[in-house]
Design a protein around this ligand. Sequence first.
Ligand SMILES: [Zn+2]
Length: 339
Amino acid sequence: MSKDMRRCTRCILPETFPNISFDAEGVCSYCQKAPPIPEFNRIRAELRGQIEAVFDQVRGKSEYDCIVAYSGGKDSTYVTWLMAHEYKVRPLAVTIDNSFLSPTAIENCKAISDTLGVDHMFFRPSSTFMKSMYRTSLTGDVHVKAAVTRASAVCNSCINIINTFMVKLAAHWGIQVIVGGYIGGQVPKDAAMMKLDLDALGRTRQRSTERYLKAFGDEGSRFFQLPEESSVRQVTVINPLLAVPYGEEMVIEKIKQFGWKMPTDTGRNSSNCRLNDLGILQHSKRFGFNPYVNELAELVRNGLMDREKALGKANAVPEAAEVEDIMENLNLKEGDLEA
Ligand SMILES: [Zn+2]
């Protein structure tokens, strides 16, 4: 990926980004469609009110008011604190150990849960299945085009496992709300608050589930299929970072107070997963843009990140030598990553 490719003069989206065009001033079509910053802030404030209303309805009604999908990374750590101490709901923090979590991230999960007084559990899907899934994700063509504008193939596969597990857990344990740590650009626009009906969701997801089972084998059905019967059939998914004030430095400064430590083995764009750099390298080779560029562009567009800082991150695509050990672990050679 060339560092001097054409980029939007307002956000940082490159000319290689899907369906992009530029006006005479060099402003991209995504910026032209985005609401201006005051409108963006008004939408966020309105969402905050809606989120509070949901928590007012569920608070104290069952063992846990919500599940927090807790990766141990910076954003979901901040969200866990928000739940327990700002919204004052009782969360169950749940971490999926994908076999590639940084040891520092695992320690962060435990330390932060202790500091915040939050119950926490790890779920570790079969390492054999996970490695095989990542290998197929990196060498095949598993995800739809809209998904690959937001995340790498390995991240998309993992996100699907995490989302399905959280819904299953909520359905079986009778927990009505699932809280995630996604920020703008990582998820579709309506993801700040989504009310899901499990029966309808099972039907709309049928095609993607079939595609995953075809790619990853029927063994994956326990990870990708929703339960047909459960005590709860309606869950609300909330991503509060799409509504509350957000800034990377502000988040890190806050969570360091609770003992959170930045891992040193997760590359430039992740604060929990050692696979991330390999995902970025493969995605950049294949599509010609960094999979983080969409979220970085959105942060810049909305005045939440300095443009130069975002450009630095977007241009920091790892070299093959930096991900050699992870590739060896997955039994992959550099040539396997070419489309
Ligand atoms: Zn733009």
